[in-house]
Write a protein that binds this ligand. Sequence first.
Ligand code: PLP
Length: 405
Amino acid sequence: MSFDIEQIRRDFPILHQKIYNRRLIYFDNAATTQRPQQVIDALNRTYIEYYGNIHRAAHFLADKATEAYEETREKVRGLINAPAREQVIFTKGTTESINLAAFSYGEAFVGEGDEIIVSEMEHHSNIVPWQLMAGRKGAKIVMLPIDDDGRLKIELLDSLINEHTRLITCAHVSNVLGTINPVKKIAETAHAHGIHIFVDGAQAAPHLKIDVQDMNVDFYAFSAHKMYGPNGVGVLYGKRELLEQMPPYQGGGEMISEVRFAGTTYNELPYKFEAGTPNISGVIAFGAAIDYLGSVGIENIANQEKTLLAYATKRLMEIPGIKIYGTQPEKSGVISFNVEGIHPFDLGTMLDKMGIAVRTGHHCADPLMQHFNIPGTVRASFAFYNTPEEIDLFIDALKKVIALF
Ligand code: PLP
């Protein structure tokens, strides 16, 4: 499959505009990516051609919408190599997927005195739901630390796991450090001790080939808006035997089988976990995003982003006083850095005025900021539509900003 960067960039209309009269350079892809015309068209088509509420009415529009919605479920199944479509649950994003899993898993499997291991590099979305669950169940959160290169100290796992441990959770890829965690290996360790593993795949699914069966993870979560799809759509994958034992997260329409005032029975998977009218058009358009990713090719995407990461790292190292956080070799296209003597927020604001979108702050990873004893970083995160030329412009702008201070 060939990789035509000019054509790819033409597919993304938002990239071709000026910001403050400067060419837009979008390096905030870890926060959210932009959408190709194919996804925008798919979204529009649902409203123009076949919008109706799914799974319920026996009429043409509802049937067509249901078919398209369920087609996306099958596409997601294929994308992550899930064994069955029933194991793909649609949510509104990674955050909701984690809240769902933490609540329902907690109800089914966690009791007083139990322990959940959470890695130090997690996004708040993969810390707080587990803390809430632990608070309800009288369980304890145990931290799996990182080293100063941003590598998870998985060699400590054996000593952290004991007879109270129920589950370990970590990101597949860190949103701050870019570290790619060895989740297959962590899953092996977890299962050797009879515990489960939940993986936050928000920063991995857009960039890597995901095979939930090969990694043998028990749960995997990600968001469509970080994958060139619509916002308000996410996925929770789970092993069937676990999902079947877990109670519903929310009550409402669709998730029931029969409702009586004497008691309610629940629908089968995946509907048991999909209460209420979902983001119908968003899920359908997510199908178009998956098609688009397939047409570019995940290997091409990974290669382009690897090239960008290596080039940006090399160019950033030219800058005196720069410190990059996340320096171990297994890394995705995210660079967090600070420049000595300049607050990250000031750097980000000045870069914005030069047309360059980066993110600054704690990146919803306070414990990680505490590890490095910093208030925040500047984060540049790449997508396959970015180019080395944009990196050159970014470095020039950064040098100008630093000279001003
Ligand atoms: N987990 C990680 C690693 C993330 O980077 C993010 C978002 O940046 C999330 C979870 C939350 O994703 P969402 O806001 O789409 O629910």
